[in-house]
Design a protein around this ligand. Structure first.
Ligand SMILES: CC(C)(COP(=O)(O)OP(=O)(O)OC[C@H]1O[C@@H](n2cnc3c(N)ncnc32)[C@H](O)[C@@H]1OP(=O)(O)O)[C@@H](O)C(=O)NCCC(=O)NCCS
Length: 164
């Protein structure tokens, strides 16, 4: 169990001030509201609790009014950080918040001796794909039938890596 909640103030390119801190169980109501608004196939509350209990690097970002703006969950595998989930509140997407989160992820990864970031994304998620390419990720693989896609259908995952 975490005994101390690390918090950091971040300033985005437009000079807005944000607060990044460890995700806790009490954040999950707000996390689930964003998750369910952001994805057609959202993570369950159990997925988030499991990640917290597994000790993954889980962070929440709040805006200057104390409202949750986004979050990310990272799993460290040897010298690589696997981005399990990165999400920005829908009304804030496309305004540089994702870039701010990636900057923080890169800095956490480098601070923990990681040399690359890895993630999976649906080929149908054009917005996320465009963001990841912009951030410098390259496709390195494909996982067949990785994601649920409704009516017992499945969708592949593109595996993308960013070398730091
Ligand atoms: C993917 C996500 C985290 C990115 O966060 P964001 O705040 O929207 O991204 P930003 O506004 O910081 O954009 C980052 C870069 O991508 C570019 N970008 C953003 N949306 C884009 C789009 N639809 N097409 C092309 N480029 C785009 C931006 O111009 C920016 O580049 P720049 O800083 O050089 O101008 C966010 O959109 C999100 O939560 N999407 C829904 C959930 C999701 O799909 N998560 C990923 C699952 S794998």
């Amino acid at each position: 169990m975490r005994t101390c909640v690390l918090s950091a103030q971040l300033v985005s390119e437009d000079s807005a001030v944000w607060q990044l801190r460890d995700m806790q169980a009490r954040d999950l109501d707000a996390v689930m509201l964003i998750e369910q608004a952001a994805y057609p196939f959202p993570w369950t509350r159990g997925n988030f609790s499991d990640s917290l209990n597994s000790g993954y690097e889980c962070k929440v970002l709040h805006d200057a009014f104390g409202k949750m703006a986004g979050y990310f969950l990272l799993m460290s595998v040897v010298d690589e950080y696997h981005i399990l989930n990165i999400t920005v509140r829908p009304d804030l997407q496309g305004q540089g918040v994702g870039r701010l989160l990636f900057k923080e992820i890169k800095s956490l990864a480098l601070g923990n001796g990681c040399s690359s970031l890895l993630l999976e994304v649906r080929p149908s998620n054009g917005q996320a794909l465009a963001v990841y390419k912009k951030m410098g990720f390259d496709q390195i693989g494909l996982r067949k039938n990785y994601y649920p896609a409704g009516e017992q259908a499945r969708e592949d995952a593109l595996v993308m890596r960013l070398v730091l």
